[in-house]
Design a protein around this ligand. Sequence first.
Ligand SMILES: NC(=O)c1ccc[n+]([C@@H]2O[C@H](COP(=O)([O-])OP(=O)(O)OC[C@H]3O[C@@H](n4cnc5c(N)ncnc54)[C@H](O)[C@@H]3O)[C@@H](O)[C@H]2O)c1
Length: 326
Amino acid sequence: MSKRILITGAAGFIGSHLAEKLDGLGVIPVGIDNFDDYYDRRYKELNLKHVSDNTQNFKFFEDDISNTETLTKILKDESIDLVVHLAAKAGVRPSFKDPISYMGTNIEGTYYLIEAMKQANLKKLVFASSSSVYGKSKLTPFSELDPLKEMISYYAFTKKSGEDLCRFIHNIYEFDIAILRFFTVYGPRQRPDLAIHKFLKKAINEEEITLFGDGTMARDYTYVSDTVQGIYKACLHVLNNKNIYDTFNLGNSYPVNLKELVEAIEKVTGKTIKKSYQEVPEGDVPITYANIEKSKKVLGYNPEVKLEDGLQRFYNWMIENQIETF
Ligand SMILES: NC(=O)c1ccc[n+]([C@@H]2O[C@H](COP(=O)([O-])OP(=O)(O)OC[C@H]3O[C@@H](n4cnc5c(N)ncnc54)[C@H](O)[C@@H]3O)[C@@H](O)[C@H]2O)c1
């Protein structure tokens, strides 16, 4: 019998890719999303159109993860075997403007989702966390065993709290859980607030880009198909094991600094980009860099896409879908 997986945040960037991947592997993906207004609904409608065009069995519900009653019904009616919880307010800088709503979605929302799972007697969960929980730690590459004492944003705090909530739920209610720390995921459908999306769009439109700091800030950019491969492998890990609570870094383990990134974008777009410089905003960490040894060993995770190739695919998608006009 095919496994049935509920993806929260399925209309978003990573969730929509995951739905396609699962469907292609014979897993039945069921999605839920409330079209949170953090960014334009048009992007999410486009994401869902791609998913419905490219899947056989995808089913979607427009709803909020805080709606425990409806969620319990969906989990039961759809006979869900596991939940991948991606729905969140994502984004570091905006979390300083509205910390309460971040806590509402990322902590309380996770609580309500887990309540629904308890009521539906479903105890298998994959939780999306973030490299931002490592904060300004200098212990590179970041390991899952690091003490996590260096967070510098409300967003990071809410993700770490989500992890802690999962840990407690595992301890007391015996849920099987994998915590996945994603590292700056990019590729087609990437959120419009993220650097590569903005830079590509501005390069196409021949507009100036703003760089923060002196160009040495570095990110462990991970192509979305690699992240999604890791999520799928984590699903198998949770489905096939009992009494587990495991944390995994899903990065590329190859940090690239801002200057190198912009050069790579110039190469892909064939444009010379005008740049201005500003101070590093509150909450932005100097580097993200994943140690992925545990993910390789336990999950068989293996990131494959090089930055140049990933950027080329992202650029092609932008042009094909005229995203620069959005
Ligand atoms: N993209 C990255 O680089 C990155 C890095 C680290 C962690 N993450 C985490 O991965 C997950 C997915 O990120 P993404 O980049 O795809 O973001 P995204 O914003 O594209 O997707 C999240 C989706 O969740 C939905 N959502 C928000 N609140 C909801 C609610 N209350 N009920 C139902 N749906 C709700 C949104 O409408 C959105 O479609 C998030 O948890 C994010 O924190 C992403």
